[in-house]
Design a protein around this ligand. Structure first.
Ligand SMILES: NC(=O)c1ccc[n+]([C@@H]2O[C@H](COP(=O)([O-])OP(=O)(O)OC[C@H]3O[C@@H](n4cnc5c(N)ncnc54)[C@H](OP(=O)(O)O)[C@@H]3O)[C@@H](O)[C@H]2O)c1
Length: 273
């Protein structure tokens, strides 16, 4: 299979690395600043234009920010064949907007940074033109980064918060936790971080392997009248406000981005292929 990547920033270069390492497809790539692609292995095809990548590929990943997605779709629309699967990495631009420029087989894919260690829970959704065969091929390709989860388009926003943004939220929470712990210990910061991180991953694995709920973990550790119970109570009393605020703000930001994107797609006529 021939796979194209347009835009080689954070996500595009991660996909390129992963697909190249998996060694199961021929790769075609381009980006705005071509000098950034110097030094790639010889068996990766570097193309000069977006349309060149689209014309050469069975599947084209659009790894660009939402504000340039419309321009990229304009660049490639006359180069894609009806068999080409377009894959947008952006969750905010809806299929109906993409289809104003290019109505063809289209998927959206949201990977997580945990793909770096092959532990992504990559989200996918499809428009109505994508066939079961396309879905299998895309899922197979993405499985080199971890698990693949199919969601309805309307669930992609909250889904993205839970798997793609969550590494950032988790890192922020435990950064705060470690900073507070540092005020009460003379242990070096690296050791504090390492102890928390290892406990964090082990707790996750314990829950997944033993099928435990969060409540069951709390119950196992927080004996009545004990120290963990005191700390746990502080979290259950105070953290819900923060968590509520977080999701209200991120979902509001998501809606604003979607609104901004839709204004970029206003004057185009639908091109049916
Ligand atoms: N970062 C994440 O964790 C994450 C997770 C899931 C989804 N996403 C989505 O993935 C998309 C890409 O995000 P990113 O973080 O990879 O952004 P990024 O690092 O800014 O990369 C965007 C790339 O697009 C290239 N580009 C800009 N205009 C172009 C054009 N007209 N033609 C071809 N290439 C062009 C840029 O090229 P130059 O470098 O040459 O300027 C840059 O390499 C976004 O829609 C984002 O919402 C990101």
């Amino acid at each position: 299979m021939k796979v194209g990547i347009i835009g080689c920033g954070s996500m595009g270069s991660m996909l390129l690395d992963k697909f190249y390492a998996a060694g199961e497809c021929e790769l075609f790539v381009t980006t705005r600043t071509l000098s950034k692609l110097e030094g790639l292995p010889n068996d990766i095809n570097v193309c000069k234009t977006n349309s060149e990548v689209a014309a050469a590929s069975d599947m084209v990943f659009l790894c660009v920010r939402p504000d340039v997605l419309k321009n990229v779709l304009d660049d490639i629309k006359s180069a894609v064949s009806p068999d080409t699967l377009i894959v947008s990495l952006n969750g905010s631009v809806r299929f109906d907007l993409i289809e104003k420029v290019l109505r063809t087989k289209t998927a959206k894919v949201i990977p997580s940074v945990t793909a770096e260690i092959d532990r992504s829970q990559t989200l996918v959704c499809y428009n109505d033109l994508v066939t079961e065969d396309d879905k299998h091929k895309l899922k197979d390709l993405l499985s080199c980064m971890g698990d693949v989860i199919e969601l309805a388009e309307d669930e992609l926003g909250m889904g993205s918060e839970l798997v793609s943004c969550m590494p950032g939220f988790i890192a922020s929470v435990f950064d705060v936790m470690c900073t507070s712990a540092m005020e009460h210990t003379s242990l070096p910061k690296e050791q504090v971080v390492s102890m928390v991180l290892n406990t964090l991953t082990a707790t996750g694995e314990l829950m997944l392997k033993k099928g435990m709920t969060f409540g069951e973990v709390v119950e196992r550790v927080a004996t009545k009248g004990g120290i963990t119970e005191v700390g746990s109570s502080v979290i259950y009393e105070q953290f819900p406000h923060t968590a509520q605020d977080l999701f209200e703000k991120t979902l509001e930001k998501r809606a604003q981005t979607a609104e901004k994107c839709s204004s970029l797609f206003t004057d185009d006529s639908i091109e049916r292929m």
